[in-house]
Design a protein around this ligand. Structure first.
Ligand SMILES: Cc1cc2nc3c(=O)[nH]c(=O)nc-3n(C[C@H](O)[C@H](O)[C@H](O)COP(=O)(O)OP(=O)(O)OC[C@H]3O[C@@H](n4cnc5c(N)ncnc54)[C@H](O)[C@@H]3O)c2cc1C
Length: 499
């Protein structure tokens, strides 16, 4: 029984309906033995798309081939088959067919995940056993969650902006990635300038950058590449300048013959340097046998989380400082089509790339003045641009986030960053750990907040497994609870009978 002021308790509340949140819901609905009540809370109003797959730009391609993007861990080709069986969807993007190695538009992938959610919602199983005719239900709530408060009865209350609270047995934080952190400059006044664009993914940012004026992109990762592709089509005049510390762009994907695993889980490298040496020598040996270096990098994937967990905090820090900048472009590669377009823009002079470090960003008259030290010429240079956009990668240090929910959870002591400030401190399976290092019962996360624990936890091949496993764990607990409750009721009834 719930008090008149408390809303009825549902089974699971999921905050965030990007890939992770949507796929936890899909797995819950598909695998629940009886009806299950889920609230899926998403502030953007689109369910199953999130930041990565909510783009409407057809030039934004997946950076993983179609045959590896299936949303289920036991069916990697599911998306490839789905795309092949939806020719009308493909035609929307001017495509006639799909191959296993196709790099399809990310928007199409968003439609795929949304369709899985719709399907799971519409075919949620009828109850069996103790739950006869009732069906599982998914409540989609378009609003922002701003608090999660543990209750004395073990439940969790989710506060939602401008909407009634929700009380749930289990809560999943599927919050995804946050906008990049601001460059560390002594004069920070540029933060308040409208010409400094801190969120590279917002629609306003793209509209401003498309204006006929010179602009500067900071960073050269996948987000920078996305922006370049958008601007190639939308920006009619004005140069696109790009400044990054090392001038390293994601390497192009290529379909390669797979290379045998070379790490042994019982003898993992103890240091980052040791791992680096092993990989280098494997690349050399592989190339001598006609393999591509990409195959060697891919062969590390099944071991990368174990290697990370095997390292001490100091060793992880060493990797982050010295090796990560080189690891990322090799590991997180881009569609060759995207890189070809970038090269064309560079050749035509529309895109000008520099390697160096920003020294200062100061306001000018209707522009920003950016001073930077160019690494190649070892000279200070200056650019006058209408806008500077930050594409230096999502902010991982949760202490620096301005997100209301995150701030509130910190103030409750429910969450704490991991020791390297890559995400949140979590236990096995994404259980949230609080300020005291204790498990917060029934509160979980998945995806990028687990970076400190897993490091490799941002792409679909890892996330689909996490979503399926988390759903399984929650279902087991719900089932266990229902059985206990049924047993208690039976005992009570028996007691009454004896009386
Ligand atoms: C631009 C980009 C491209 C990528 N491309 C690929 C790719 O091609 N292949 C690949 O495997 N991976 C790719 N990734 C990795 C990608 O992060 C994952 O594949 C996946 O989309 C992450 O899903 P998520 O649910 O964790 O996060 P998101 O997709 O970011 O979803 C989080 C959702 O939570 C919502 N939310 C957050 N806080 C609240 C709140 N308080 N209340 C309500 N809602 C909230 C947000 O609005 C958002 O919709 C890409 C990532 C980015 C950023």
């Amino acid at each position: 029984m719930h008090s008149s002021t408390e809303p009825p308790c549902i089974d699971v509340a999921i905050i965030g309906a990007g890939f992770c949140g949507a796929m936890v819901a899909v797995n819950l609905l598909r695998n629940a033995k009886g009806p299950i009540d889920i609230a899926l809370i998403e502030r953007c109003g689109t369910f199953g798309k999130g930041l990565a797959y909510g783009t409407s730009d057809h030039a934004h391609l997946l950076n993983v081939p179609a045959a590896k993007m299936g949303a289920f861990p036991d069916d990697h080709e599911h998306f490839f088959r789905w795309a092949g069986s939806h020719p009308d969807e493909l035609q929307h993007y001017g495509l006639n067919h799909v191959t296993p190695g196709s790099f399809l538009p990310r928007e199409l992938y968003g439609r795929y995940v949304s369709s899985l959610l719709d399907e799971a919602e519409n075919t949620a199983p009828n109850g069996t056993g103790p739950y006869p005719a009732q069906r599982g239900s998914l409540q989609r709530i378009t609003a922002e969650a701003i608090d999660v408060a543990p209750q004395s009865n073990g439940r969790l209350k989710v506060r939602i902006r401008n909407a009634p609270d929700i009380v749930a047995q289990h809560v999943v934080l599927a919050l995804g990635n946050f906008p990049p952190g601001d460059p560390k400059l002594r004069d920070q006044r540029f933060h308040r300038n409208d010409r400094y664009l801190e969120n590279p993914w917002s629609t306003q940012t793209k509209m401003k950058l498309a204006e006929p004026a010179d602009v500067l992109i900071l960073g050269s990762g996948l987000t920078a590449l996305d922006l370049i592709l958008s601007l190639a089509a939308e920006k009619k005049s004005g140069a696109i300048h790009l400044l990054s510390r090392r001038g390293l762009f994601p390497m192009p994907h290529r379909s390669v013959e797979s290379y045998p695993a070379f790490f042994d889980k019982h003898h993992l490298p103890k240091t980052a340097l040791q791992a680096c040496r092993v990989v280098r020598s494997q690349v050399k040996a592989a190339q001598a046998e006609g393999y591509d270096w990409r195959a060697v990098i891919d062969a590390i994937r099944p071991f990368s989380q174990q290697i990370w967990q095997h390292w001490s905090k100091e060793e992880r820090r060493r990797f982050l400082t010295h090796l990560k900048p080189f690891w990322e472009p090799h590991r997180h590669r881009a569609a060759p089509e995207a890189l070809n377009l970038k090269s064309q823009l560079e050749r035509s002079g529309r895109l000008r790339c520099y390697r160096g470090r920003v020294l200062g960003i100061a306001p000018g008259d209707k522009h920003l003045i950016v001073n930077f030290r160019e690494s190649v010429a070892r000279q200070e240079k200056q650019l006058h641009v209408a806008y500077v956009v930050n594409c230096t990668g999502p902010e991982c240090n949760y202490h620096k986030l301005k997100d209301p929910l995150v701030i509130q959870l910190f103030s409750r002591g429910i969450i704490i960053p991991d020791p390297l400030f890559l995400g949140l401190d979590v236990g096995v399976g994404g259980t949230i750990l609080n300020l005291q290092g204790e498990r917060v019962d029934h509160l979980y996360t998945l995806g990028s907040p687990q970076k400190g624990m897993l490091f490799e936890t941002t792409a679909v091949p890892e996330l689909r497994l996490q979503a399926a496993e988390l759903a399984r764990r929650i279902l087991n607990q719900l089932e266990h609870r229902r059985k206990n409750r049924a047993a208690d009721q039976a005992k009570e009834a028996l007691g009454a009978f004896h009386i």
